[in-house]
Design a protein around this ligand. Structure first.
Ligand code: ACO
Length: 373
């Protein structure tokens, strides 16, 4: 039987840090409220596009695997903040990497996009359709955040990470998953202004309004993540005590604590990044996975569980058997250009641009791509 081993991993975090104190300079909030209600202390703001962020993460993942971009059969770009809708964003990453033999597709299931992408690539490798894939989780949310809405603006951050999958005869990689969606609650998280439904001009292009029912999402997230985890564990014949590390989606520390309690897992088995990065949507789980490896928290041949939820409301949990190797084969000097403005200065610029982007893309691009190489 063929499996899809995870042979490479890499992240790229934008260096500009936006603290809770920074947020309190322009909205009615404070560090005490944000950190006690969510666990978040700071997040990152990207000065480059999603393709640029994910390019650096991908080059690092390929070096880690010891694989050339030209060896890739497939790129799956998991994100809900695509640089462009047409052409797809995966093709932009394929071009930048020089991955000339790779098919390229975008997958958008909001915060679960990386994990749904992982399932897609895993299945294509396991059926023999392809032999290798790059799976990316990336978000650049800051440019379309509604920075006037304290209910959501304090929760999110930008980031990117990627993994390389390669066909293997060893039983490792994704062993099983449970995917689902509470579509009856899809209205609990809606970013008005980001799709063709808004092309008629109800919302000015480049502006967004976030509909957000945090308490309902909270409840559904706990149920969805714990149900999916219990399901995949029992189908694969494992119990929670077999799991070496839980790497969950990180929208709120209290959600993670509830899920861990429901699963009967202690919090020292859970890897957390939420304090430093907030909710990076699709980038959350892969960035946490890379940091867990960097910190020596992933043991060779151990089992990982990755429960997650996202807009839709999509939910899932993956059971992953890690391989022998937990260190990179190789590194790379490729990095982002340094930002020329602080995170707070960039956010103030996004706020100043609001409503001025008009029907041309000039306003948005001027901010998002000004500092891209
Ligand atoms: N600063 C200060 N006060 C705030 C802030 C803020 N940033 N945001 C809200 N408040 C106020 C509210 O106005 C409210 O005031 P009121 O009592 O005077 O009306 C009070 O704080 C309590 O608000 P609640 O909504 O009841 O706070 P709650 O404890 O439910 O926490 C939160 C809100 C953090 C959003 C929580 O519901 C949550 O984490 N929900 C799920 C997480 C989530 O949805 N993440 C994003 C989803 S995307 C994804 O990952 C799928």
């Amino acid at each position: 039987m063929t499996y899809a081993a995870i042979t490479g991993w890499g992240k790229c975090m934008p260096p500009a840090v936006l603290s809770n104190a920074d947020l309190a300079t322009f909205m009615d909030t404070d560090d005490e409220w944000i950190s006690t209600r969510t666990g978040i202390r700071e997040r990152r703001v990207s000065h480059v596009s999603g393709v640029d962020l994910s390019h650096v993460a991908s080059v690092r993942a390929l070096a880690c695997a010891g694989l050339a971009a030209t060896d890739l059969d497939l790129i799956v770009y998991g994100s809900c903040s695509n640089d462009e809708q047409i052409p797809n964003t995966a093709s932009g990453l394929q071009y930048k990497l020089g991955a000339t033999h790779a098919a390229a597709m975008d997958v958008n299931t909001a915060c679960t996009s990386f994990l749904y992408s992982l399932s897609t690539a895993n299945a294509l490798i396991r059926t023999g359709a392809i032999k290798s894939a790059l799976v990316v989780g990336v978000e650049v949310i800051a440019p379309f955040m509604d920075w006037h809405n304290r209910n959501v603006a304090v929760l999110f951050g930008d980031g990117a990470a990627a993994v390389v999958l390669q066909a293997s005869e060893r039983p490792e990689g994704v062993l099983g998953e449970k995917l689902g969606c509470y579509a009856d609650a899809r209205q609990t998280l809606r970013v008005r202004g980001t799709g063709l439904a808004y092309a008629s001009g109800a919302v000015t292009y480049g502006d967004t309004l976030w509909d957000f029912d945090g308490q309902e999402i909270f409840k559904r997230a706990v149920v969805g993540m714990s149900h999916a985890s219990a399901d995949v564990l029992s189908r694969c014949g494992h119990g929670i005590d077999d799991i070496g590390l839980i790497v969950p989606h990180q929208a709120n520390l209290r959600i993670i604590e509830f899920v861990a309690r429901k699963l009967g897992a202690s919090m020292d088995k859970v890897f957390l990044t939420i304090q430093r990065y907030g909710n990076m949507s699709a980038a959350t789980v892969p960035v946490a996975l890379v940091e867990a490896l960097e910190e020596g928290r992933v043991a060779p041949n151990s089992l990982l569980l990755t429960p997650a939820f996202g807009g839709g409301l999509t939910w899932c949990s993956h059971l992953i058997r890690w391989g022998e190797r937990t260190t990179p084969r190789d590194g790379t000097d490729v990095d982002l250009p340094p930002p020329t403005r602080s995170a707070l200065e960039m956010v103030r610029q996004f706020m100043a641009n609001k409503g001025t982007a008009g029907r041309s893309t000039a306003g948005l691009n001027a901010v998002r791509f000004a500092e891209s190489p």
